[in-house]
Design a protein around this ligand. Structure first.
Ligand SMILES: [Zn+2]
Length: 410
């Protein structure tokens, strides 16, 4: 038998009907009028607008910029969609009821500044306020990406994310070639490629973007031809230039993330510092003879945006480049061509996971591959609390041009 007195107390505390329950919820939450919401959106106020209606309702139009988290998934999904509980959040539904309950739930989950729009989207449309329509795939795209659409982790929403994503590839060489082909095949909508070289016959043993018929052409043009033929959905932007401190910000700022296949120290430090300053993740790959390695640098500013954990940066591991007499020789080293395929493809996998927000990326982990022994192993990379660039008190706050890197006489 249950305790009669406790039950009686419960009856007093609990509202008796739906109307009572709604009234009690309304007392606990704060509401915002549609006029005020419109005014604040027009003023570009820092608001996170969450649409808690069903997916079907959302697909027919929503308040511009709103993210969709249906009421039924609110508790399970909101923390991944809106990780910062101090953000000012406005929830809305069709009429202001579901959003009232959603606002109460968000407050219970620790969101500190939640407003419920009252009334909701039906009235918003009547007022002829702006409405945004969700992007959707064409029939040809549904066909092309059908094997992605069958994966719940990708699905239509993930494919749209890929099509809207912008990835910058540094180098259309050994690593950039397989990475570019797979990123284009996957439907990454915008691929920027930075490379100042021309195709040489000695590249073709591993740089599978290029072809014998294109020897002598700029690599970015050769890459553009190959990728346009593979997937016309992809906009390829050729940047026929060398990455320098003068152009790094202009190039990086146009893209969501960077896939780095360059192979020299000055560029590595430039890429690292820009990644930290601008908050862009960098998927780094390198190869030497039969060995390759990959890691993903996720700076603090990017961690929140991509919903992944922050990792160390390159300077956490190597704060300064080695003195010239200890730097590796600049002589061309041999490399097993197919090794580039393995490493570049792992880099592309990391980039796709970052865009989709799925899985665990190699932040704070270095994956090393030995093709002769056919072994992978993993090293843990730690963040240096005194790192010259990514620590709380950085010593380096602008770009450094390192020159004269090769051992003399190498
Ligand atoms: Zn660092």
């Amino acid at each position: 038998m249950t305790n009669g007195r406790a039950n009686a107390k419960l009856r007093v505390a609990m509202p008796a009907t739906y109307t009572d329950l709604l009234a009690s919820v309304r007392k606990r939450i704060r509401e915002i009028s549609l006029e005020e919401l419109r005014r604040r959106l027009d003023a570009k106020d820092d608001l996170v607008v969450v649409d808690v209606r069903e997916k079907e309702e959302y697909r027919q139009g929503f308040i511009p910029g709103a993210i969709s988290v249906p009421r039924g998934f609110l508790e399970s999904q909101i923390e991944s969609r809106v990780p910062n509980k101090k953000s000012e959040v406005v929830v809305y539904c069709a009429g202001g009821v579901r959003s009232a309950f959603a606002a109460a739930t968000l407050a219970e989950l620790g969101y500190e500044r939640v407003l419920s729009a009252n009334p909701g989207f039906v009235r918003w449309k009547d007022l002829t306020y702006p409405v945004e329509l969700p992007p959707s795939l064409t029939d040809a795209q549904r066909d092309r990406y059908s094997r992605h659409l069958l994966l719940p982790e990708v699905g239509e929403a993930g494919q749209v994310k890929l099509l809207q994503s912008k990835v910058l590839l540094l180098g259309a060489g050994g690593l950039g070639s397989p990475a570019a082909l797979y990123l284009a095949a996957a439907g990454v909508g915008t691929l920027g490629i930075v490379d100042a070289d021309v195709v040489d016959a000695s590249n073709l043993q591993r740089q599978i973007l290029h072809a014998t018929s294109r020897v002598g052409q700029p690599k970015v043009e050769s890459a553009k031809k190959a990728l346009a033929d593979l997937n016309p959905d992809v906009k390829v932007i050729p940047h026929e230039e060398r990455l320098t401190s003068a152009n790094v910000e202009r190039l990086f700022s146009q893209y969501d993330l960077v896939v780095d296949g360059t192979d020299n120290f000055p560029t590595r430090y430039l890429v690292n510092d820009a990644s930290v300053f601008l908050g862009k993740p960098v998927v780094h790959g390198s190869i030497f003879r039969f060995d390759g390695q990959v890691t993903t640098f996720v700076p603090k500013k990017a961690a929140l945006k991509f919903g992944v954990t922050e990792g160390p940066c390159y300077r956490c591991l190597y704060p300064e480049p080695p003195p010239p007499h200890l730097a590796p020789s600049c002589q061309e080293a041999g490399v097993l061509g197919i090794l580039c395929g393995i490493i570049g493809t792992i880099q592309a996998t990391e980039a796709i996971k970052l865009v989709l927000g799925k899985g665990d990326v190699l932040a704070g982990r270095l994956l090393a591959y030995d093709s002769l022994k056919m072994r992978f192993h993993e090293l843990r990379l730690r963040k240096d609390q005194a790192c010259p660039v990514c620590s709380a008190a950085p010593k380096i706050t602008s770009y450094v041009d390192y020159e004269g890197f090769c051992a003399i006489g190498a």
